[in-house]
Design a protein around this ligand. Sequence first.
Ligand code: MTE
Ligand code: MO
Length: 350
Amino acid sequence: MGHAEPLLPRAFDSRGRLQMAETSLEAFDESGRPGQLFLVHHYDPADLSAGHKLAVTGSGGVTRHYSAAELRQLPERDVTAVLECAGNGRGHLTDRAPGNQFGLGMFGQATWKGVRLADVLADFGFDDTWEYAIVDAPDSGVTKPENIAAHFAKGLPKFKALHEDTILAWAMDGQQLPAEHGGPLRLIVPGWYGIWWVKWVSHIELTDAKFTGFWQNQRYTYQDANGTVTSIVEDQLPRAIILRPMDGQHLQDPVRVSGVAWSGEHQIAAVNISIDDGRTWTQSRLTLPSDRWAAACFECEIPVGLPRGLRRISAQAIDNAGRVQPWTSIRNRLGYGNNDIQTVTVDLSA
Ligand SMILES: Nc1nc2c(c(=O)[nH]1)N[C@H]1C(S)=C(S)[C@@H](COP(=O)(O)O)O[C@H]1N2
Ligand SMILES: [Mo]
């Protein structure tokens, strides 16, 4: 195996700083924890001071501020979950979609520590006249090519805002949450794509009006070829990632195939492996996570004595809602949610 850097840079900002980076598949451990977590800044990252307070505004217009110490007085909650960018795999689309041409390393699993958003809202004391929690961050700018000035914000529907595993986190894997990953406070929305995991949360506002932000209704939407929005990017689609062997690797028999799989709001039911482009499938051994939002691990031995030369290995995830990872995902103009089955090519040497 090579000595690739754990992070593969994909974009730099105007000052030459890393703006988007992908984790090299080599850098993941067997449970899907990245050597270094991928990075997506849509604007210049915000810099919240240590004395930052979270503002919460109710549907009646009343605002209250929470210091870090006040938040820590609420019950602590640990959630292990897979963070995945909806642009993961865009670079593998056969018809190129605009945006960064990401490979498959735009995900990572971690254990996030914080407090339930529901507990913060209960402490604040809300009435029931709201449908969305607008979660604001201070980072802002003008996006290309739309030329639209906005700041980063998402309108979380009430059922997800009040879900017991939706948390405001200040720690990741036992460390203080690094600023580039949203420290001091970031939203964790298990099962939903990374766009919902708002970094540098500064303000939460409850509203009964439909939320119409740029990052809700324009970017990170599924659109048809004409640019008409068909739906909002939410739930992660089923996906299996082969972590070993690596694409292009030279191997001897036997070949042990292993990796991780997840499926948004649903649980993985099976991961099947094919060495003949899907004509036949072998069920892998699956280790389901003890934590509901963590990745399942799969492994499988490919039979010995295969013909020498280049061999293709594919993995397909199936979830307990019957969603099956497709060879060709539903195409959409901005290239989100490309969960096409991954195939790695290995060289079985003579
Ligand atoms: N404030 C803010 N939050 C944000 C973003 C952003 O640009 N600004 N990017 C989102 C997107 S699209 C993704 S995929 C994840 C990436 O999280 P990471 O950079 O910690 O890996 O953060 C999300 N939260
Ligand atoms: Mo993303």
